[in-house]
Design a protein around this ligand. Structure first.
Ligand SMILES: CC(C)(COP(=O)(O)OP(=O)(O)OC[C@H]1O[C@@H](n2cnc3c(N)ncnc32)[C@H](O)[C@@H]1OP(=O)(O)O)[C@@H](O)C(=O)NCCC(=O)NCCS
Length: 323
C-alpha cells in the first residue's frame, strides 16, 4: 500500500501484529472502557484476526512511532433470498487519538480502507455508528438505512434496580453455557433479506469462542435461544441474542421459562419468524425507542436487494452487537 501523507508528518499504513498494544491504547483513550466492556487483546484478535469471514482490513495513521488513528473494517458475509453470498465489511473500531482529532484522519483512513475493500472485491459496507462518527460517514457517501429498535419483555423486578453494575449475573445454575458449536443447532433458515448464515464455523466463533461475552442456551438440540446476561442501569438484563433452529417459537418459550433476569431484551427484523415468535412470548417492540442506526455503503451496483432500505435486511441482535 502506498504511504499516503495525511498532514505534514502523518502517514497511513496497514496494521501489523506488533501494533496491537498501541492500537488498544488509542481505542481505550478515545472510546473509553468499562468494567463490562474491556478492550482486551483477545477481543481485538477475536474480531479482527480469528473471524471466520477473514482477517479485517486495518489501517493506521502514524506520526513517527506514534499511532494517531485506527480504522478497522471487519469481514462479514451475508446471504440473500436468491442464494447469493454478499462479501461485506463492517466499519467497526475507529478512533483518532484525542491529540489528533478534527484533522481529517478519520476521513482519510476511512477512504483508504474503502479503496482497499474495493480492490479486494467487497460488495457492501454496513455498520451502526455512534453519534460522533455518524455525520462523518454520511459525508463520505454512506446512506442511513434505518433505526434499529428494541423489544422488551419486562417483569415486575424491572423496577428494582439493585444489580451490581460491575458484575455480570451468573446464570450457569439454570442455563446451559454455549461451549461449542455442537451445543447449538446449525440450521440456517432461508434468508428473507441480507442475512448471516449460521453454519458451524460461525456459531463456534460468534457464541462459543467469544472472549468477553458469555452466551447461554435455552431449548433443545433442534431449536435454541441464545442468551447473554448483562447489567444495564443496575438491572439484570437477559439479551435474547438469537433464535435458531426448526421451531423458533419453542426456543423463545424456553428462553422465557428459563429467564430469571429483571427483563429480557432483543431485536429481530420485521417480518421474520423470530420476531413473530419473540412477540408471542411477550418480547414486545417499544415504540419510538431506537438502539442503533444502521448505515451502509454499497461498493457495487448490482446487489440482488437494495441495501438502503431496512426492509431488505434480515437481522437479529447477534448480528448487530459484537461485544
Ligand atoms: C469520531 C472520530 C473517529 C472522528 O475522528 P477525526 O479524525 O477527528 O475525524 P475527521 O477530522 O476526519 O472528521 C471527519 C468528519 O467527522 C465528523 N466529526 C468528527 N469529529 C466530530 C465531533 N467531535 N463532533 C461532530 N462531528 C465530528 C465531522 O463531520 C467531520 O467533518 P468536518 O471536520 O469536515 O466537519 C474521533 O472523534 C474519535 O476517535 N472519537 C472517539 C471514538 C469514536 O467515537 N469512534 C466511533 C466509533 S463508531
Amino acid at each position: 500500500m502506498p504511504r499516503l501523507s495525511v498532514a505534514d508528518n502523518l502517514t497511513i499504513r496497514p496494521y501489523t501484529d506488533q501494533d496491537l498494544d498501541q492500537v488498544l491504547e488509542v481505542l481505550r483513550d478515545s472510546l473509553g472502557e468499562t468494567a463490562l466492556l474491556r478492550r482486551t487483546p483477545e477481543l481485538f484478535r477475536w474480531k479482527h484476526i480469528d473471524n471466520p469471514f477473514g482477517r479485517s482490513i486495518i489501517l493506521l495513521a502514524t506520526d513517527g512511532d506514534r499511532i494517531a488513528g485506527v480504522r478497522a473494517f471487519m469481514r462479514w458475509n451475508l446471504s440473500t433470498p436468491d442464494g447469493s453470498s454478499i462479501r461485506c465489511v463492517r466499519a467497526v473500531d475507529t478512533a483518532t487519538h484525542p491529540d489528533f482529532q478534527r484533522r481529517g484522519i478519520f476521513s482519510k483512513l476511512t477512504n483508504a480502507a474503502v479503496e482497499a475493500a474495493v480492490e479486494d472485491g467487497v460488495h457492501l459496507i454496513f455498520n451502526t455508528p455512534n453519534p460522533r462518527s455518524g455525520a462523518g460517514y454520511l459525508k463520505m457517501g454512506w446512506t442511513e438505512v434505518g433505526q434499529i429498535g428494541v423489544q422488551i419483555r419486562p417483569t415486575i423486578r424491572m423496577w428494582s434496580r439493585n444489580a451490581d453494575p460491575d458484575q455480570l449475573p451468573n446464570p450457569a445454575d439454570w442455563l446451559e453455557p454455549v461451549v461449542d458449536a455442537s451445543d447449538l443447532p446449525a440450521l440456517s433458515r432461508p434468508s428473507a433479506g441480507f442475512r448471516t448464515g449460521r453454519d458451524e464455523a460461525y456459531l463456534r466463533w460468534r457464541f462459543a469462542s467469544h472472549p468477553t461475552a458469555r452466551y447461554y442456551k435455552a431449548g433443545d438440540d433442534t431449536s435454541a435461544a441464545v442468551l447473554r446476561p448483562n447489567v444495564r442501569n443496575r438491572r439484570k438484563e437477559l439479551v435474547l441474542s438469537d433464535l435458531i433452529g426448526d421451531d423458533v417459537g419453542l426456543a423463545a418459550k424456553a428462553a422465557a421459562r428459563a429467564s430469571r433476569a429483571d427483563y429480557m431484551a432483543g431485536w429481530f427484523s420485521s417480518g421474520s419468524p423470530e420476531r413473530a415468535a419473540a412477540i408471542r412470548m411477550g418480547l414486545l417492540p417499544i415504540p419510538r425507542v431506537t438502539a442503533l442506526t444502521l448505515v451502509c455503503r454499497p461498493l457495487v451496483g448490482d446487489l440482488p436487494l437494495n441495501p438502503r432500505t431496512l426492509a431488505s435486511w434480515d437481522l437479529t441482535m447477534s448480528d448487530l452487537e459484537l461485544l
